[in-house]
Design a protein around this ligand. Structure first.
Ligand code: NAI
Ligand SMILES: O=C(O)[C@@H](O)C(=O)[C@H](O)[C@@H](O)CO
Length: 312
């Protein structure tokens, strides 16, 4: 597959790793000569690092040979089947770039933005090309963090969304479908919720930065590295998430009110979440899944003990 990457910064180079190690031919473009120069070195260092951890199936040289770096956007996208836009998070720039991409890329190319928070309907061009536009937002770095949020606009073709999911999955990523265009999508709204509270806790001198990071690194983050927030609390409480909501819902509502939030876990909302959780895990399998959780944590603890700077 021919992939073009627009912008050779942190994410552009990271995507060059993702696509080239999957066998794609990659055209990476950037108007900044310094970035073009640095990108080649960064790509090579990353590939060598992945090989050192047995995370690369080929020699770095063979993978790197699939990546061409250019200063010409039009030249880079000429044969593209997928364009991954990785330019700065500026609305005006993305509007300009998507206009150019609509003109320069082949008529069937998927035009995907890596944007962290800007829905594509704010910068997709007018005309048919807009049906080929969506956000494909990665976690950083995408060669190690597989989730990629596919955020179509209302006008994005369902076929394009489906093709994009197949392409990203074939490149080792884990696409999720964000069904409504909201700023920050899911990944950064969840990350933002934690960051907003963490900043408040520092502001209010409840805890310092290091201790808050330790609560995440040696607490929540351990569980969240293999379970999501819903599964985590579902397994925390006998009776599952409906029991958790009954026990903890009022306290979380009070904490939210402190921050000016009034989004109660209504019985209908809890029932909807419960139904989705029970469809994933029947309650009779709850004990077995708790044992699975503990085994995952035991493995993590053993792995962490091997870390040079293992902390408690
Ligand atoms: N850094 C991160 O952790 C993540 C960033 N993103 C998103 O990815 C996009 C890129 O972010 P970064 O890689 O961090 O930015 P960056 O600042 O590291 O790289 C941006 C690159 O775009 C280039 N550029 C500027 N104008 C351009 C143009 N007209 N055409 C082509 N390239 C141009 C710059 O020279 C630079 O190399 C942003 O939308 C960002 O929100 C998404 C997920 C994670
Ligand atoms: O946090 C990430 O990996 C991504 O979701 C991001 O979008 C970036 O961190 C963003 O928040 C800042 O560039």
């Amino acid at each position: 597959m021919n992939v073009s990457i627009v912008g050779a910064g942190s994410i552009g180079v990271a995507f060059a790793v993702v696509f080239s190690r999957s066998g794609c031919r990659v055209a990476l473009c950037d108007p900044d000569a310094g970035r073009r120069e640095a990108a080649g070195d960064e790509l090579w260092q990353c590939l060598e690092g992945l090989q050192a951890f047995q995370l690369l199936d080929e020699e770095p040289a063979a993978v790197a040979a699939r990546v061409g770096i250019t200063g010409s956007l039009e030249g880079a996208v000429r044969d593209a089947e997928l364009v991954q836009e990785c330019a700065p998070e500026r609305l005006d720039l993305k509007q300009e770039l998507f206009q150019r991409l609509a003109q320069a890329a082949p008529a069937g190319a998927i035009l995907a933005s890596s944007s962290s928070a800007l829905p594509v309907s704010q910068y997709a061009p007018q005309g048919d090309a807009r049906r080929r536009c969506l956000v494909a937002h990665p976690g950083n770095p995408p060669y190690l963090i597989p989730v990629i949020e596919l955020v179509p606009a209302p006008f994005t073709s369902p076929d394009v969304l489906q093709r994009a999911a197949v392409l990203y999955r074939a490149c080792g990523l884990a696409p999720v479908h964000v069904r409504k265009e909201v700023e920050g999508f899911v990944f950064n709204r969840l990350q933002g919720a934690v960051l907003r509270e963490a900043y408040c806790l520092v502001r209010d001198q409840v805890a310092d930065v290091e201790d808050i990071d330790t609560v995440m690194r040696s607490g929540l983050g351990l569980r969240w590295s293999f379970m999501g927030p819903f599964e985590t609390v579902d397994l925390n409480t006998r009776g599952g998430i409906v029991s958790h909501a009954a026990k903890m819902g009022p306290a979380y509502a009070r904490m939210g009110a402190e921050r000016g939030q009034n989004d109660p876990w209504t019985p209908e909302l809890v029932a909807a979440v419960e139904a989705q959780r029970r469809a994933q895990l029947p309650l009779e399998q709850w004990g077995e899944r708790v044992r699975w959780r503990d085994e995952m944590l035991m493995g993590l603890r053993r792995l962490r003990k091997a870390e040079p700077d293992a902390t408690a």
